[in-house]
Design a protein around this ligand. Structure first.
Ligand code: SF4
Ligand code: SF4
Length: 125
């Protein structure tokens, strides 16, 4: 800023140097494990809205081309033959993960967290 600028604007000019636009970053709905995935592309076929696309090289992990279009429906996960090996995981948004509280201790749990308590086996009243 040159010397003729009003003094109150100097701080604003300094901040501009480190400020960027408030970019919207894409979410990451599907996470692949490159070690476990065989690149069979069955998950791509299962996706009803074509979020995933195959890579040019055979056997490569699929690309998540339209992450913001994902419905979190689970079709890709269910179709994966390597699911048990961890080839594909849906990364559910926090607000979509079931949460519950252990009344005795006040602990909060979310679905998918490590070492959650066993399911409640008490029959409904
Ligand atoms: S969760 Fe559903 S919409 Fe999202 S990538 Fe998998 S199959 Fe497609
Ligand atoms: S995630 Fe599963 S279904 Fe998709 S390409 Fe890899 S192994 Fe095949």
């Amino acid at each position: 800023m040159d010397q003729s600028s009003p003094p109150g604007l100097q701080g604003l000019a300094d901040r501009k140097a480190t400020r960027g636009p408030n970019l919207v970053t894409p979410n990451q709905p599907i996470v692949f494990d490159e070690e476990a995935c065989t690149g069979c592309n069955l998950c791509i076929e299962a996706c009803p809205i074509d979020v995933l696309v195959p890579q040019a090289s055979p056997g490569a992990v699929p690309l998540v081309l339209y992450p913001d279009e994902c419905w979190y429906c689970g079709c890709c996960e269910m179709r994966c033959p390597e699911y048990d090996a961890g080839a594909i995981r849906i990364n559910f948004p926090l607000m979509q993960r079931a949460r519950w509280k252990r009344r005795a201790t006040g602990e909060h749990f979310r679905l998918g967290m490590k070492n959650p308590p066993p399911p409640n086996t008490r029959p409904p009243v």
